[in-house]
Design a protein around this ligand. Structure first.
Ligand code: HEC
Length: 150
């Protein structure tokens, strides 16, 4: 019986994967996103405002200063590993996101918007960094967040 378990499970996954999604669900968030806290998923689905919508990074992906910036400005809340384990972030409501995870699910323009403007659109404690960090530094941080993984 044990030997059959894996083929049966695989078969079930194939069956599940074959079901064509109904037309209206095509624009729904990716499967991983569905496991997210609904409030986080809702923020991810918000239309990205101007001037951020569609912007792409002017900073090379290998830019090295971003780790220091992250440790200095972000780790207290988001944690060294980016899993939201920073003590200052855990006491907030909503708490600091597990950014190592969510950065893999969203677009660059979403990240640059959220870092620049913080939680102002959502009434959260995420600070706005646009007055403190340069645009280049914010883009370096986007690269850094992408390099983190859960
Ligand atoms: C005072 C604590 C605090 C600090 C410091 C902080 N954050 Fe946040 N951050 C939050 C909270 C709380 C959220 C969740 C609420 C939200 O999305 O607005 C968040 C959300 C985010 C998001 C959106 C994540 C998502 O999944 O939608 C990004 C991106 C982000 N932070 C990046 C950063 C970066 C980069 C820094 C450092 C420059 C930083 N944060 C510093 C508290 C903080």
């Amino acid at each position: 019986m044990k030997r059959l378990l894996i083929p049966i499970l695989l078969f079930m996954f194939v069956l599940l994967g074959c079901q064509a999604p109904p037309a209206e669900s095509i624009s729904q968030p990716a499967e991983q996103e569905l496991a997210l806290d609904p409030d986080i998923a809702e923020r991810h689905d918000t239309a990205i405002p101007e001037p951020y919508a569609g912007t792409t990074s002017p900073v090379a992906a290998e830019d090295a200063s971003s780790g220091e910036l992250y440790t200095l400005h972000c780790a207290a809340c988001h944690g060294d590993s980016g899993m939201g384990e920073g003590p200052a972030g855990q006491v907030l409501d909503p708490p600091a996101t597990d950014i190592a995870n969510t950065s893999q699910l969203v677009s660059d323009d979403y990240l640059v918007w959220r870092i620049s403007e913080g939680g102002s659109s959502f009434g959260t404690a995420m600070p706005a960094w646009k007055g403190t960090l340069t645009e280049g530094e914010i883009w370096s941080l986007v690269n850094y967040l992408r390099g983190l993984s859960p």
